[in-house]
Write a protein that binds this ligand. Sequence first.
Ligand SMILES: Cc1ncc(COP(=O)(O)O)c(C=O)c1O
Length: 396
Amino acid sequence: MDKLLINTLQTPCFLLDEKELGRGINEFYRSLKRHFAHCIVGYSVKTNSLPYAIVKAKDFGCFAEVVSDDELDLALECGYKMNEIIFNGPMKSKARFLDALKRGAIVNIETHRELAWLKELPSDGLYKIGIRLSVNISDVSLEDAEGENDFSRFGFNDETEEFSNALETVRSIPHVELVGLHIHRTSHSRSVRFYKRSVAYAASVIKKYHLDLDYLDVGGGYYGIFRNAPTFDDYVATIYESLQKQGLEKLAIIVEPGNALTASSFTYYSQVIDVKQLPDCRILTTDGTRNDIDPFFHKNGYMTEINRANESGQVVPLQIVAGATCLEYDQLFRLENQQEMEVGDVIEYKNVGAYTLSLTPMFINYFPRVYSLSSDGLKLVRDKWTAKEYIQKSNI
Ligand SMILES: Cc1ncc(COP(=O)(O)O)c(C=O)c1O
């Protein structure tokens, strides 16, 4: 990013690139519309629950894909109508579940208790539901699986009698109609081959039970921007071909891309606040923390760019970039045989919008600022959370 603009940011902070978010959503829609008359891109709220991003995703044409009462309320607060919401997951409360069905949300059933609640819907209405089919990646596409038994704890399993029993329950309620199948799995490989096979599996189940559906919800799990990675066109063409083979290409398609839309839309900025010399290395303490961009502490690298005030410093053997907590292991990356960094230098971490802002713990430092950049310029879309926000709802 432009150096002048970087200098206006108060670090540590995230920056949302609105154009990039819009690009991803538009490209996914363009790919889907090439093949399908009816399609929905659901913004996966869990992947990035920044309210401003949720609102922007709606502006760009997304539905909100939510998996809890809190996420449902958040999407409604952000301006989505109930019939612009896809309500997934096993954690729906009875009240929200019934309300969402009555008000036209796309609801994909996950649990036995939801099946039981269906019986409480007023019999003078007609209620449309979807159901989640459990997908074992090892059975469907071994090459894309983690191990020999990459099962899912979500959805109803068709190897046991769970799926057929669930169908029977639904069919026994005259005012409830099964209109959709949900098959979300994120495979380790995110390969196109996995979608070819998982959609073929879904199609075989649709045929086996003679289901007359309106939609197939393929879920998320796609690559975003990486070079040499599959494109949205590649995924969608494969989904279409798998359905076409079974004469199911007229189904509406729902996708719920998380990573693919949000990762590349967010950058994180931190600044060197202190430099210490150890016998073997320089420690660069920064005001950002690994908690913000790697809350599970499992990443082994970042896409970084370093903005130095002084471009002519000497090259030093080893510098370690460390974070703003008191954890010894809050270390982000190493610079070997590179020009020394100084207090005030800014580090840019790209591609960090997925499962970061929604998972950041409030450990030592509360939520950082978030800016957004659009054709209107730079604006602050969430101020830093302070003790005031942290303390709210506490009785002290
Ligand atoms: C139901 C559902 N849909 C979509 C997603 C988004 O997945 P990804 O970020 O791999 O695209 C998830 C992620 O856990 C999910 O559980």
